[in-house]
Design a protein around this ligand. Structure first.
Ligand SMILES: N[C@@H](CCC(=O)N[C@@H](CS)C(=O)NCC(=O)O)C(=O)O
Length: 204
């Protein structure tokens, strides 16, 4: 069975658990601490030289890093990938958007505000104006899209929705007010009502 190396509260790791659960793919997990440097040990760096989770360990000993790459790999051949080339290109568009314009702000604000140590919160409080400005911009881009369409790519629920759901649904933990985004809020409810949905708190 594949092993998900993870930090349980991480939205990036949740994307993988959610995808696997919705596709009925068995997964076991190995948990790492948020503040103990356990993804930076020589043993872990031999598995992923980037020192980060999620990291998927396949039965044959191969390792795959990066949440977007992992959920795409798991979803290959399933309903969670759009059918045609244009739909898949749209999925990539939104997954790259998530990694460059959304996650670095929405997820980092959440980490510092809700999961940071008191020392981290104090040391990094100067980052908040930029995190809030850029995170708010990303939520605005999502709102504009979702006013016109129910899903991000291919006309139905896909890995692009899972990638964006990971940190959008928990954006309030970063200090973002989701009530200001009615189309995003409607989409969050649609995602949560998909078959096989699990909350972030659920273990594999
Ligand atoms: N782009 C990566 C980001 C991975 C990432 O930032 N992982 C964090 C947890 S969410 C981590 O492993 N942090 C531990 C560290 O940097 O030492 C992805 O989408 O998987």
């Amino acid at each position: 069975m594949s092993v998900l190396h993870q930090m349980h509260v991480s939205g990036n790791c949740y994307k993988v658990r959610l995808t696997a659960h919705q596709l009925g793919l068995p997964l076991t997990s190995k948990d790492y601490g948020l503040h103990d440097g356990s993804t930076r040990t020589a043993e872990f760096l031999a598995k992923n030289s980037n020192g980060r989770v999620p990291l998927l360990e396949l039965d044959d000993g191969r390792f795959l890093a990066e949440s977007g790459a992992i959920i795409w790999y798991l979803a290959e051949g399933s309903r969670l990938l759009p059918d045609d080339n244009w739909g898949r290109a749209q999925a990539h568009q939104w997954m790259f958007f998530e990694q460059y314009s959304h996650e670095p702000y929405v997820a980092v604000a959440r980490f510092i505000k809700t999961y940071g140590t008191p020392e981290q919160r104090e040391r990094r409080k100067g980052e908040f104006p930029l995190l809030m400005e850029r995170g708010t911009a990303a939520l605005g881009v999502m709102e504009t899209h979702l006013k016109k369409q129910d899903w991000f790519a291919g006309g139905r629920y896909s890995v692009a929705d899972i990638a964006l759901y990971g940190y959008t649904h928990s954006a309030d933990e970063g200090g973002f007010d989701l009530s200001a985004y009615p189309a995003v809020s409607g989409w969050l409810a649609r995602v949560a009502s998909q078959p096989g949905h699990i909350p972030l708190s659920q273990k594999t």
